[in-house]
Design a protein around this ligand. Structure first.
Ligand code: TTP
Length: 195
């Protein structure tokens, strides 16, 4: 009897683990990638995000019979790439930049199994209300911006700043579940289990 492949989550993001659990998937292993996330000179947000997800997949080992899933989420203010803020000052600068504007959130996913690779890029748009200095101060004090691209998390208290979005909510949080399910199925991993 052939057994299903083992799912390996190639991400240290607790959000991605939770999102997989929403599909009833519990990875057999979690491997956090360590890559250089510095953008190339003049690199645009969408290709940058796709490159990051691919580099994470390449940086990790996957044994035969394992299906490796990696992802990257990048916030784009026009042509500017906003990654995870390094400190409070950078988080404040990102929030000031996003205040009162629509911006794009890119999430790329990569699935690797044996010698095959599948990838998808998902783009969403998010509108943030005009933020007052008090809004920014209070949000910074929550610490919820830490480790989040663009310096905010739509699934946390920053939801109060977001009147509108278009696209995939799960992609903004870190893992587009529709596309993830498709790629995992393509790689031979049944998302809905077997009867
Ligand atoms: C915009 C946004 C991002 N994020 C998070 C998702 C990602 O964890 C993070 C972007 O950083 P990533 O570099 O995509 O991922 P990571 O460093 O957390 O984990 P790994 O590289 O090991 O996979 O921002 C939210 O949780 N909510 C949001 O609304």
């Amino acid at each position: 009897m052939s057994s299903d492949p083992r799912l390996v989550l190639g991400s240290g993001s607790p959000r991605r683990l939770e999102l997989l659990a929403q599909l009833g998937l519990v990875p057999a292993d979690i491997r956090a990638p360590e890559i250089d996330e510095t953008p190339h000179k003049g690199e645009l947000p969408r290709p940058y995000c796709a490159r990051m997800a691919l580099e994470k997949a390449r940086a990790l080992d996957a044994a035969p019979g394992e299906v490796l899933l990696t992802a990257d989420t990048t916030v784009a203010a026009g042509r500017r790439i906003l990654g995870k803020p390094e400190d409070e000052d950078q988080a404040r600068a990102f929030l000031s930049l996003l205040s009162g504007r629509r911006h794009r959130v890119h999430t790329s996913i990569v699935v690797r199994a044996d010698d095959r690779t599948w990838s998808r890029d998902v783009e969403s748009q998010v509108k943030m209300k005009v933020l007052s200095q008090a809004d920014i101060d209070r949000y910074i004090a929550t610490d919820d911006w830490r480790g989040k691209a663009g310096g905010y998390a739509i699934q946390g208290p920053a939801a109060a700043f977001i009147p509108w979005m278009q696209g995939s909510f799960t992609a903004v949080v870190g893992l587009p579940l529709h596309e993830t399910a498709q790629l995992l199925e393509a790689a031979g991993l049944p998302v809905w289990g077997r009867a």
